[in-house]
Design a protein around this ligand. Sequence first.
Ligand SMILES: NC(=O)c1ccc[n+]([C@@H]2O[C@H](COP(=O)([O-])OP(=O)(O)OC[C@H]3O[C@@H](n4cnc5c(N)ncnc54)[C@H](OP(=O)(O)O)[C@@H]3O)[C@@H](O)[C@H]2O)c1
Length: 161
Amino acid sequence: MIVAMARLGVIGKNGNLPWAGKLRADMDHFKKVTMNKTVVMGRKTFDSIPARFKPLPERENVILTRDSNYSQPDCLVLHHRDEVLRLAELRDEVFIIGGAEIYRLMMPYTSRLIVTHLFSLIEGDTFFPPMPGNWNAETLFNQEVDEKNFFPFSVVEYTRD
Ligand SMILES: NC(=O)c1ccc[n+]([C@@H]2O[C@H](COP(=O)([O-])OP(=O)(O)OC[C@H]3O[C@@H](n4cnc5c(N)ncnc54)[C@H](OP(=O)(O)O)[C@@H]3O)[C@@H](O)[C@H]2O)c1
């Protein structure tokens, strides 16, 4: 999984990232980590990506929906959690990229989480689910505020104990 969250686990607001366009270093980090991988997202998260960025380039884009008539050009559409698990067995690595419903659905099967922790309290309506179990945490890097990053954050990798 890869996610960015503010304090209290806020990950979204009004169908979007509350910090959209304000965290360049996190966008670059997301791109670097997911490049050439499979990315799995909920239909609402796919909807939230600006048209010019989708499907996310140079990644296998997978969308989960219950709508059996749904299709998107150059995307793989799946309808059940078990189909995601089967795909994960066939691929080197699969990244769950949100949103909240899909994080919750896939949490029990996740071995590694890369979390951007924004230190700020930011208003939102969508929250990261609990992470049951024991995890080891390693800080990968820290970002201070600058002209392209409006909030300070730390990127932490969690692996199952
Ligand atoms: N901060 C971050 O890192 C981050 C990352 C991603 C997203 N977000 C934010 O999170 C919010 C969106 O999250 P969300 O929880 O509302 O939506 P979501 O998880 O992106 O998508 C939910 C949709 O996924 C499909 N779905 C859910 N469970 C399913 C299942 N068991 N089988 C098949 N399909 C299933 C359904 O699609 P249908 O309705 O089509 O059936 C459902 O409406 C936005 O604000 C977005 O910006 C934040």
